[in-house]
Write a new protein. Structure first.
Length: 266
């Protein structure tokens, strides 16, 4: 028997707010939560009426504490039917951290601990905004594991090799302010104004043409795989779509007419 839904999904003005909803377990990632997140990010990717996403955790303690290690004990006592269901979910799950070129911007609103798979989820987002009490880390080696959800690869790319190895090899946590100093997060604010800070980022992105945002993201992220000169001359599908769009005409027209642009995403 599948447990009740463990994510919340709310669309507001072309922005979807995804909440990991297992606060009693520090929003740790069990098979059902992983599967639901996968389904929701597929919806974000495919739904033309959604222009961006924000992901956060329920409560004030944790964004996500990572893999639900207690689930393994529960799994041993589960029925064969339940184990089969968990295996099916696992086979159908494609996490955000393995969607190498997710087209739309995603913001992580980190409201507490972001550890292990929780930090790996946050690192796969484009912007991270943290509450000042948050702690981030990849403590897997302290459990006999590694940060195999791309964490061992993303952290060095995002903060540099030596700082990353310091955290990867020790399993140490970093405070939100330290994560900001290292360039891992974009902003750190007190918890009571965390939503307000994220709303500011959302509003600024929505001021931009959605196709221009997607073209910028694709060119930036794909371009990192190439030498600079090759990155510059490489054609990007989303940029070709932007150039031919109505919005590409609307932007200069609105500027000339001294009015806000009316973006359509087409």
């Amino acid at each position: 028997m599948i447990s009740p839904q463990v994510t919340l999904f709310e669309v507001q003005d072309r922005v979807v707010w995804i909440t990991l909803n297992r606060p009693e377990a520090m929003n740790s990632l069990n098979p059902q939560l992983r599967w639901e997140l996968s389904e929701l990010f597929t919806e974000v990717e495919q739904n033309d009426d959604i222009w961006m996403a924000v992901v956060t955790g329920a409560g004030e303690k944790a964004f996500s504490a990572g893999a639900d290690l207690k689930h393994r004990a529960v799994e041993r006592d589960a029925s064969a039917e339940q184990r089969d269901e968990w295996r099916r979910m696992g086979g159908e799950t494609l996490p955000l951290n393995q969607r190498w070129h997710f087209p739309k911007p995603v913001i992580a609103m980190v409201n507490g601990y972001a550890l292990g798979g929780g930090l790996e989820l946050a690192m796969s987002c484009d912007i991270i905004v943290c509450a000042d009490h948050a702690e981030l880390g990849l403590p897997e080696p302290r459990r006999g594991l590694i940060a195999g959800g791309v964490g061992v690869h993303r952290l060095p790319r995002q903060i540099g090799l030596k700082p990353a190895m310091g955290y990867l090899l020790t399993g140490r946590h970093m405070k939100a302010e330290r994560a900001y100093q290292l360039g891992l997060v974009n902003e750190v604010v007190p918890l009571p104004v965390l939503r307000e800070a994220v709303d500011g980022w959302v509003a600024d992105i929505l001021r931009c043409a959605p196709l221009a945002v997607r073209a910028t993201k694709e060119a930036t992220m794909r371009g990192l795989d190439y030498p600079l000169a090759q990155a510059f001359v490489t054609p990007y599908e989303s940029e070709q779509k932007r150039v031919a769009s109505e919005d590409a005409q609307e932007g200069p027209k609105a500027f000339a007419e001294k009015r806000p642009p009316n973006w359509k995403g087409i």
